[in-house]
Write a protein that binds this ligand. Structure first.
Ligand code: ATP
Ligand code: MG
Length: 464
């Protein structure tokens, strides 16, 4: 059974029951009050009449007695009969006409009491027989029978209004419970639909229940839950795609690098091969030969170390990165080179830079590479300025050096893998920087003027 049907059924049943029992008790009260009143009236009429006929009875003047009885009978229209018995217990005067009901004397004998009342179930309906002593100390009794016609009429009237009242209450109960159930089940149905929507994974939607009561409170909580689910879901998706993006970038970088790697390794290996070839024919090695071998092996080592360092990077871990702390870490990693080359670093980072979403180790790598390039651009010492600021979408870190600058003819090549102008460089630094920044949704670019220095700028999307 649906909730709505249950509510209608229950409310109507309660309403009908309440009305039914109320009317029943009202009816009982009315009947009792009416009977009380009837008895009082009967007793009073019988008492008065008994006083009136007492003398006649004493004188055995039964015709006068009968006259008195008839007078009262005429006056009171709900009195069915009146009769008086004499000392011998025989009916001496009555209003029955010809036929006196048999056994009437046994119906309600007063005996030793001063009065007696009895409800008689007769052919003419219920009659209340009120019997009183005509005068104290005698056996003579006066009885009058009062019909309960009026009472029956009243009861009938009560019954008449009871039926339409019950019908009216039933009808209004049904209507009220219908409205009530609608008020309750309508938002409930909305909630049911809403849970289906959430079940389908459509988070962030709202259930529209504009009530200020508990149902409204429930709706607000539901909406909050939906928003929270949406946020969590978005974060999960973001992390997932981000990780995949980084992985894809990394693979493509490795792909790009591998080709160059083979090429780059070929040069020192050819040199080594030639030297060893020469040793085979003339086995005495000069100091100069040993130096060359060492240099070429170091070159191979540097290239492979850097390549493996990048390729071996563990799983990406996307976190909220505080760029101030991160650049500080990169500077501390480069501290040895900075000191060795007599370089002074000036920092001007905005204190409350918003966080960036990304992989800590990779981003650290970006700033370390840029700092090392700046340091290597000023072998005789100098200044590095590092500043950080933000706009409403990106945070921007600028690393400026006062080195020799990048000559205009090689500016388009510095991001290429293995492009280097340095004796011991691998040329992988900037290409890795470029790929990491790009995979974080950012950009890296530079400005350089020969002789005046270079400014590298890294822009990363804000994580908030
Ligand atoms: N701050 C800079 N000032 C002047 N030239 C720079 C600067 N940064 C990069 N370059 C130029 O760009 C080239 C490529 O840089 P990249 O970092 O990719 O390789 P590298 O520094 O030569 O080698 P590695 O980074 O492996 O040590 C450098 O050899 C250098 O010529
Ligand atoms: Mg470099």
């Amino acid at each position: 059974m649906k909730l709505r049907t249950k509510i209608i059924f229950l409310t109507t049943a309660i309403a009908v029951n309440v009305v039914f029992f109320t009317l029943l008790s009202i009816r009982g009260v009315i009947i009792n009050a009416f009977r009380d009143e009837l008895e009082k009236r009967g007793t009073s009429i019988a008492g008065n009449l008994a006083d009136r006929v007492a003398n006649h009875m004493l004188l055995k003047d039964y015709s006068e007695t009968k006259k008195a009885l008839n007078e009262v009978l005429k006056k009171e229209n709900d009195i069915e009969y009146i009769f008086v018995t004499n000392e011998g217990g025989i009916i001496a005067a009555h209003t029955f006409g010809k036929e006196i009901p048999p056994d009437i004397l046994s119906w309600n004998p007063v005996n030793n009491k001063s009065r007696n009342i009895q409800l008689l179930d007769t052919e003419k309906g219920y009659i209340r027989d009120v019997g009183v002593k005509v005068s104290n100390g005698t056996k003579s009794e006066l009885h009058l029978g009062i019909r309960e016609d009026n009472l029956r009429q009243t009861v009938m009237q009560v019954r008449k209004i009871t039926v339409p009242i019950i019908m009216l209450v039933t009808l209004s109960g049904v209507i009220a419970s219908f409205i009530f159930s609608r008020l309750l089940t309508k938002p409930l149905n909305k909630f049911i639909e809403f849970t289906k929507v959430l079940g389908r994974g459509e988070f962030g939607k709202r259930v529209d229940v504009p009530y200020g009561d508990e149902i409204g409170y429930l709706a607000r909580n539901f909406n909050r839950l939906s928003m929270e689910l949406k946020n969590v879901n978005e974060k999960m998706e973001e992390t997932y795609t981000y990780t995949h993006l980084l992985q894809a970038e990394k693979l493509s970088t490795i792909g790009q690098i591998s080709a160059g790697l083979a090429h780059e390794l070929k040069n020192p290996l050819t040199t080594l091969k030639m030297l060893f070839q020469a040793f085979k024919e003339q086995p005495d090695m000069t100091r100069e030969d040993a130096k060359i071998i060492n240099r070429e092996i170091e070159k191979i080592d540097a290239i492979i170390t850097k390549f493996l360092g990048f390729a071996k990077q563990k799983d990406f871990e996307i976190a909220d990165i505080n760029i101030n702390a991160l650049t500080e870490k990169a500077l501390s990693l480069a501290a040895f080179d900075i000191c060795r080359h007599d370089i002074v670093v000036h920092k001007d980072m905005l204190e409350n830079l918003p966080e960036v979403k990304g992989d800590r180790a990779l981003l650290e790598h970006v700033f370390l590479n840029l700092i090392l390039n700046a340091v290597q651009a000023m072998p005789g010492g100098g200044d590095i300025w590092m500043s950080g600021k933000t706009d409403d979408k990106f945070i921007e870190v600028v690393i400026r050096d006062k080195g020799a600058g990048i000559p205009s003819d090689i500016r388009s090549k510095v991001f290429d893998p293995f492009f280097t102008t340095k004796e011991d460089g691998t040329g992988l630094g900037l290409s890795i920087v470029y790929n990491i920044v790009k995979s974080h949704g950012g950009k890296v670019f530079f400005n350089s003027s020969e002789g005046a220095g270079t400014v590298f700028t890294v822009r990363l999307p804000r994580g908030d």
